[in-house]
Each structure stands twice: as structure tokens, then as C-alpha cells.
Write a protein that binds this ligand. Sequence first.
Ligand code: NAD
Ligand code: ZN
Length: 379
Amino acid sequence: MSTAGQVIRCKAAVAWESGKPLSIEEVEVAPPQKNEVRIKIPFTSLCHTDVYFWDAKGQNPMFPRILGHEAGGIVESVGEGVTDLEPGDHVLPIFTGECKECAHCLSEGSNMCDLLRINTDRGGMIHDGKSRFSINGKPIYHFLGTSTFSEYTVVHVGQVAKINPEAPLDKVCVLSCGMSTGFGATVNVAKPKKGQSVAIFGLGAVGLAAAEGARVSGASRIIGVDLNPSRFEQAKKFGVTEFVNPKDHDKPVQEVIVEMTGGGVDRSVECTGSIQAMISAFECVHDGWGVAVLVGVPNKDDAFKTHPVNLLNERTLKGTFFGNYKPRTDIPAVVEKYMNQELELDKFITHSVPFSEINKAFELMLAGEGLRCVIRMDA
Ligand code: NAD
Ligand code: ZN
């Protein structure tokens, strides 16, 4: 490889200030250091978490930064100590990692790796705390250890899932965050039994992936909750059977759902990021056995408030990152599910733009239009 060991100059979309359009700049990408991989990114897509940290209203601002964490890529070169990846491998970079050595990685149930769990406030690499991106020598911060809004990025090897090279990267890129997160939140965490009812709060891509998990699990009723009525038509294609818009009722939505279901849903999955929806999602599950799962990313000052009796009455509240999948161990098999047509992804990809129009993807998400917008880096 002619570029291995050298600085690569390429295009990246830099967020200079909160809420201002990204600007495409020429950046320098340093070679990967110990336990790092440099990846060429042909396709990336936009998730709401990128928008939260770009907008930075309820999060710690950190600029200039290269956002992006949902992507498919090809390994360009590897740093010292990397033995299980080589140039040319097809990979998904993942915002939460798996070192394969810590107590969490060795446990069966947890994907909260001690070394590489999601850290939204880290702007450099774990090895030396420094950034691998710069413009005229001035560092640009990383985001979630992935920074995929760049033609090349550097990622810790523990945050890289090696996948089937036949898998189309412009499709499976959405498994790098949103679709795996929503689908896994239902099948791995909420675990509805066949015939049970499931409420999904938030019918964006993550919520509809959670609905897909409910459908595959044989749920009898899938109740979709969203403030945006235009979400409902689309959600019908994802097996959502009933719709509730909290704005249409003069009582809290949890009370509406408890009435609709004669005591509450068996499972709920919250995919909004709204603290109010998180509380409603918990309070709408049936006492005695109901399980609520939180997925949305809250504002930094949010606090969850409910009466303790809601828990004493044998309801369970859980939360999950990345659908409880261990990224390196589990994601290659999820990609295979797509290859075997057990899991549909194409219907989640409603838009596609060339890299030069990346700000359009932000506009679509802010307007609540579509689900996933894939950004084509070489166009
Ligand atoms: P999205 O913007 O496409 O969808 C969110 C939907 O929630 C929208 O349709 C919106 O109208 C709806 N909504 C907002 N407030 C609501 C409320 N109070 N009640 C009902 N509906 C409401 O976003 P997305 O990309 O699908 O992501 C969904 C959430 O999941 C975000 O908070 C994102 O940050 C989070 N997320 C978490 C993880 C994780 O691992 N836990 C991973 C990816 C994304
Ligand atoms: Zn670990």
C-alpha cells in the first residue's frame, strides 16, 4: 500500500461551531498508531446522535470536530499490534467498542467495555489522547472514536467489526449504529414473547428497527408513538399496527396506552431522546411483568422522575447502548442476516446525497423527513 505510514490528505466535513453547516475541508489524517486502523470510508449515514452533538444545545460542545459514526469502510492500513485486520478488509466502525479482555467483554450479557465504551466527551485517541486529524497542523477533534464524515478516518481496532466483503457497504453501513441499536434493543433486551404487545416511542430509523424486532419476535400489537404524524404512514410498512400521537390527547400518553391495552403493554422501547417519552415509556408497561427499554440519548441535565411505586409494582426499567450487541463478536452475524434476507435494510434508506451535500442530510433529519440518508463520499 503506497499510503501506509504516510499522512493522507483528503476531504472531511468539519463542524466548526455548534449548529452551523459543516464545511468540506482538506484535512491531514495521520497514520494509525498502536492498536489503531486507518479506514477509507466510501459510505456513511446520519444518525440523530450526530445532530445532537452538532447542535450541542443539551450536550457538551466540542469544536472543531469531525462527526459521523454510522458507516461502512475498507481498511487502508493498520498500526502496530493489530493482528486480526489487514488492508482491504471490509469493516463497520462502531461507536462503542469491544477490547475482548475486560470483565464486561468477558461477561455474556454486557457490551459496556471498560476501555472502549461510548464516550461522547473524548476528542482524541485512547493511545495518546491526541487527534489524528489536522488542518495545517491544527488538531480537529474526533467524535465517538469513529469520525466517519471523512474520506479516511482512524479508529481503535476494538471499535471495528470485520464483515463479509460481499456485503454492499452502501446498505450495511446502517447496521453500524441505528438499525442494530433498534433491532437489538427489542430482540436482545426487551425480549417480547410471541403474542405480546409492544409500544415503540419514536418512529425514526432506530424506532422502526425496534418495531422490526417486535415483528420478528411475533408481537401481536405494535403501538407506535410519535409527535410527528407524517411518521405514521411510513411506519405501516414496518409492521406497526396502531398509532398514538401524544398531541391528540389531553391526558398523558401513558394513560392512553394503559387504557388501550387494558392495563399496559408487555414491552416498550423508547427511541426518541425525549425525557418525557422515557418516563411515558416506563409508565405505560403492565404492572407485574412489563419491561421498558430506553435507547434515546438524553440531554446532559435530564433527570428521570417517576413514583417508586411504579417500580414496586413489578415493572422493569432497562437501558441499552447498541442493542446490547458486542460489536466485533456479534455484528458480522447481523450482516449475514441481511445477506440471507432475514433482515431488511433497504426500506430504512430513504435518501442518498453526495458528500458535497452532506448538510442536506442534516436538513432532512431536522425536518423529520425520511429515515436514513446515505452520504456517498466519492460523489
Ligand atoms: P429520529 O430523529 O430519526 O427519530 C426520533 C423520532 O422521535 C422522531 O420521529 C420524533 O418525532 C420522535 N419524538 C421526539 N420526541 C418525542 C416524544 N416526546 N414522544 C414521541 N415521539 C417523539 O432519530 P433516530 O436516528 O431514529 O434516533 C432515535 C434516538 O436514539 C436518538 O435519541 C438517538 O440519539 C438515539 N440513539 C441511541 C443509541 C444507543 O445506542 N442507545 C444509538 C443510536 C441512536
Ligand atoms: Zn472490554
